[in-house]
Design a protein around this ligand. Sequence first.
Ligand SMILES: Cc1cc2nc3c(=O)[nH]c(=O)nc-3n(C[C@H](O)[C@H](O)[C@H](O)COP(=O)(O)OP(=O)(O)OC[C@H]3O[C@@H](n4cnc5c(N)ncnc54)[C@H](O)[C@@H]3O)c2cc1C
Length: 395
Amino acid sequence: MAVTGLRIGVVGGSVAGCAMAIAGARAGADVTVHERSDGELQDRGFGIVIPPDLHRELVAGGYLGADMPTTPVATRVWLARAPGQRSARELARWTSPVTPCNWGLLWRALRANIGKSVYHRGLPVGSVGRTSAGRALIRTADGEREYDIVVGADGHRSVTRELVAPEVRPAPAGYLVWRGTIALTALRDHPKPMELLETAWITLGFPHGHGVFYLIPGAAPGSRLLAYAIYGFPPAATDGRAPGSPSDVRSIAEEHFPAEWADIVARGEHAAQALHPVADFVVPRAARAPFLLAGDAASVTRPHTASGAVKALQDARCLERALRDSSSAAEALRRYADERTPEGMRLVELGRRLGRELVEHTPDWAAMGPADVDAWSRAVLNGASSYLYGSVQQR
Ligand SMILES: Cc1cc2nc3c(=O)[nH]c(=O)nc-3n(C[C@H](O)[C@H](O)[C@H](O)COP(=O)(O)OP(=O)(O)OC[C@H]3O[C@@H](n4cnc5c(N)ncnc54)[C@H](O)[C@@H]3O)c2cc1C
C-alpha cells in the first residue's frame, strides 16, 4: 500500500534534485526543492551519455518529454595514433548504443516535469537537522521548514550527507579530466572524423590517458556540438603558469592525438570548458530515516563509467517505486537504501577498475587489434557489467 500525505524537502535542484521531485510528486507527495544557485542550470552545457533503455523508460514514465533533443548512436569506435605516425588507426568497432544528451537540456527537461512541486532557486540550505519528534528540518535564510523526508540531492559537497555519513571523504584518483564542447565548425575540414561521429562515439587511447568524443544537441534547436572528456595527468606548464588548466587539452591533443583530432581540439572554438580532479566516494548506506541521499550526494564514481547522472535518474525511479510500495516513509527509505547502496558501491568499484587500466596502466594501444581490445575489456571488467561494454560482454 502506498504511503500518502508525505511532505518531502529536496536540497539541490540539479539533475538528481529535479528527478527526485518528479519521483515524489508522481507518488503523491508534496515536494519542495531548495536550490542554491539563482542562475539557470541549463548553462552547464556539457555532454553526458545515458543508456537508450533508460531514456525510453524516463520518457514513458513522464520524467522527460519525448521532444528533448538527443543524438543517439549505436557504435563504439576505438582509435589510437598509428605507431611512428600522426595518422589515426582504428583498433576496434563494437555495437554499443548510447543516447548522448546535452546536460543543460536534460536539466531543463526534468525541471519542466516537476509538476506541482515548488522550486525555490537562489535559496541555499544552511543546514539540515532533526526535530525532537524525529522529523527532518531544512534551515535557510527564510527560516526552518519541517518535512517527513529530506532528500539530499546537493552534489558531492552535500550538507545533507553530514547527517547520513559524516565520515565519508572523496578519494582522489591522482589524475584529471578535461571536459568541454567544441563548435562543429572545427570538423568542417575533417570529413573522416565527422563521418565517424555521425554514427559512433569514439574512445581515443594514448599513453596514460584517453579521450572520449561524441556529438550532442546544442542549445539552439537543430544544432549540435562535439563533446569531449579527456583523462590524464597534467602536462608540464611551458609558459610559467601552474600546470592544470582547462586549456591543457590543446597540448595533450598536440602530443598524443592523431593529427586531425589534434587539430579539431587545438583550433576548435570551445563552447564550454572545465577541468576536474577525478575522485570518488560512496556512503555506506544511502538513507537513514528521515534523510535520503541521491545522485552525487550519495556517491561519485570516476566518470569512465558514464553513470553519475544515470545513477541519479535511477535513484529517482527507485524512490517512486519505494514510495508506492511502502506503508510508511521509514519503510520506503529502507527499500531505497537496500537497492541503491549496493549500486553506488558497484559503480565506484567499476570506475576504479576502468581508471586503473584506462589511465594509470594503459596498454600499448597502437599495437592492439579488435581481438586484443575485446580481451583487454573483458579482463578489465572481470565480470562487472556496464552499458558502455554491453556488446563485448555478450560475445
Ligand atoms: C567529465 C565528466 C563526465 C561525465 N559524464 C557522464 C555521463 O556520460 N553520464 C552520466 O550519467 N554521468 C556523467 N557524469 C556525472 C554527472 O554529470 C553527475 O553525476 C551529475 O550531473 C550529478 O548530478 P547531481 O544533481 O547529483 O549533482 P549536481 O549537478 O552537482 O547538483 C547539486 C545541486 O545542489 C545544489 N546545492 C549544493 N549545495 C546546496 C545547498 N546547501 N543548498 C541548496 N542547493 C545546494 C547545487 O547548486 C547544485 O545545483 C560525468 C561527470 C564528469 C565530471
